[in-house]
Design a binder for this molecule. Structure first.
Ligand code: ADP
Ligand code: MG
Length: 188
């Protein structure tokens, strides 16, 4: 059993839906240990494109690194991911950040992910759920935070499920207040 960290990203279509579906699908490649909060981040590199939602999920897996990557690419395809140019907008991007303390350097698979330490949208959610994550040589990832402090990432608040609850709360408070006032009036 190996603990692995996976970066999730989406900037096309139903971004939140893609991330939620990915987290469910990750159960097919391992046991989900933790899922980070979601961040909204500006795109880095590639063509002009919309902002990303990013998160990191930690899993315990029995799969070897290559089989795990293949599973991740299958999940991307299940969300209609299309590969055009590098860093183009995408419905879902799943990157294998860390696979235990192992190093993999093969065609099509490099672990730890070579750009993870340069990206705040990866480091922040990763360290939220795995504060003592380290590179295979033991270097704590916390140490790379300073180097990316100038990049902006924001916690993403999902407001889509919020309004009906607010409406219900206002309705209930209004009704309770009306009953209390009515009782007071009846006292006189
Ligand atoms: P990026 O994630 O850098 O924007 P893509 O998602 O298009 O780029 O990935 C391109 C290729 O990167 C994938 O087909 C995969 O084979 C390769 N790759 C190499 N190492 C990794 C890794 N650690 N995690 C995910 N993909 C990787
Ligand atoms: Mg990728």
């Amino acid at each position: 059993m190996t603990r692995a960290a996976i970066a999730l990203g989406s900037n096309l279509g139903d971004r939140l839906g893609h991330l939620e579906a990915a987290n469910e699908a990750l159960e097919s490649v391992g046991r989900v240990v933790a899922t980070s909060p979601i961040y909204e981040t500006a795109p880095i590199g590639g063509p002009e494109q919309g902002s990303y939602l990013n998160a990191v999920t930690v899993i315990d897996t029995e799969l070897a690194p290559r089989a795990l990557l293949d599973g991740l690419l299958d999940i991307e395809r299940s969300r209609d991911r299309e590969r055009t140019e590098q860093w183009a907008p995408r419905t879902l991007d799943l990157d294998l950040l860390l696979y235990g303390q192992e190093t993999v350097d093969e065609p099509g698979l490099t672990v730890p992910h070579p750009r993870m330490v340069e990206r705040r949208f990866v480091l922040d959610p990763l360290l939220d759920v795995w504060p003592d994550a380290a590179l295979p040589d033991g270097t704590a990832l916390q140490g790379f935070r300073e180097g990316v402090a100038d990049q902006t990432v924001e916690r993403f608040i999902d407001e889509s499920g919020f309004k009906p609850w607010t409406a219900l709360a206002v309705f209930l408070i209004f009704n309770i207040a009306a009953v209390i006032i009515w009782r007071i009036i009846l006292l006189f």
